[in-house]
Design a protein around this ligand. Structure first.
Ligand SMILES: Cc1cc2nc3c(=O)[nH]c(=O)nc-3n(C[C@H](O)[C@H](O)[C@H](O)COP(=O)(O)O)c2cc1C
Length: 341
């Protein structure tokens, strides 16, 4: 009886997120480049969550095919994540419009106004990542339909602020205005309930879904996640202001050590006059090129980039997506049950 009541409370807490996404559970499978392909995306949607295709590594023609393939695997809603710095962003936006995608997520830098306008005119709901309150307000004014607050605990490219602080900064002021989803460092159902109680509409998880049966990432990549502790998932470090480094959270490995050495050597060479500053900057900038593919697709976890969030410490085994979502739901419901007991 109490379980039913707790489930009812949970449903009410994330009703807005469920309605916005058109799903049973407002749990999004965050887009992960090379990882979020049709099989995983469809599995998340079929399990009552919301899968998102990662188009970061795709051309427009591949995205078109991937959307069709995903539709063959699920009749449930799913979304597309676009990286706004992608060289073919215009063509990718066109694909989303042509395919009448209901939910399009704009990531990686400030979302361009033309993209928001075009997608909205085509009938899509546009979701953007808000790394600060001022930007959350700006996106709301621009007509963005929902926000994601992604903390620096997350895997992949990260901002500087923790999810805990972002939630406190943005939810109280913005949650009534538009649905807000929380991402970064989420591995259990209890924490989802806490964010919902603060006004969030749902949560997005990436790291937790990598070790699913349906995820096509290389076995070595998944094994690294199972072995990894939270403290091993660290941001890339910048050694010198002259050599900008985009912060990416990944598991420490040979490549991350090598990256530090390369930066150190580049600094020394520039200082001794052996290298021009521009040349050295290019070496640093190109170091990680193709590195995620190397780890996810080829399984080279020494020389590739094992992007993972701090919640990697909560990943213990490979499980079907349905089991992962059921586990999150169970934890959420038991947590509410204890409160109403
Ligand atoms: C391997 C990997 C690749 C990712 N690629 C993308 C991406 O292409 N676009 C994006 O918006 N976020 C990307 N992310 C972030 C996820 O979508 C998600 O927001 C994040 O993983 C949530 O934090 P968590 O890892 O702590 O669950 C990536 C994360 C990982 C671990």
């Amino acid at each position: 009886m109490q379980k039913r009541e707790a489930k009812h409370i949970l449903d009410k807490l994330w009703q807005r997120g469920k309605d916005f996404l058109g799903v049973e559970n407002a749990i999004l499978g965050g887009a992960m480049t090379w990882v979020s392909e049709p099989q995983l995306v469809a599995a998340i949607s079929n399990a009552g969550g919301f899968g998102i295709i990662a188009s970061g590594s795709m051309s427009a023609s591949i995205l078109l095919k991937v959307i069709d393939e995903t539709k063959e695997k699920t009749s449930k809603p799913f979304g597309v994540n676009l990286i706004t710095l992608h060289p073919d962003i215009e063509a990718l936006v066109d694909v989303c419009c042509e395919k009448k995608m209901q939910h399009v997520f704009l990531a990686g830098g400030l979302p361009p106004a033309w993209a928001i306008k075009k997608l909205k005119e085509a009938g899509s709901k546009v979701i953007c990542f808000a790394p600060a309150l001022v930007l959350a307000k700006k996106f709301h004014r621009q007509g963005v339909d929902a926000l994601i607050l992604e903390g620096m605990e997350a895997g992949g490219h990260i901002g500087p602020v923790s999810v805990n602080v972002l939630a406190q900064e943005i939810l109280p002021e913005m949650a009534k205005k538009l649905p807000i989803f929380i991402a970064g460092g989420i591995g259990r159902g209890e924490v989802i309930v806490n964010f919902l109680k603060m006004g969030a509409a749902g949560c997005q998880l990436g790291t937790r879904f990598v070790c699913s049966t349906e995820c096509t990432a290389h076995e070595n990549f998944k094994k690294a996640f199972i072995r990894g502790n939270s403290r091993d998932a660290v941001p890339s470090v910048q050694l010198d202001a002259r050599f900008p480094v985009i912060p990416v959270r990944a598991l420490k490995n040979k490549a991350s050590d090598e990256f530090m050495k390369q930066q150190y050597e580049a600094i020394k060479k520039v200082e001794s006059g052996a290298l021009e500053l521009k040349e050295a900057q290019m070496i640093i900038e190109h170091f990680w090129g193709g590195a995620l593919r190397k780890a996810v697709v080829d399984g080279d976890i020494e020389n590739g980039s094992i992007m993972a969030g701090q919640s990697v410490g909560l990943v213990k085994k490979i499980q079907p997506v349905q089991e992962i979502i059921d586990e999150l739901l169970d934890q959420a419901i038991c947590y509410i049950e204890k409160e109403i007991a």
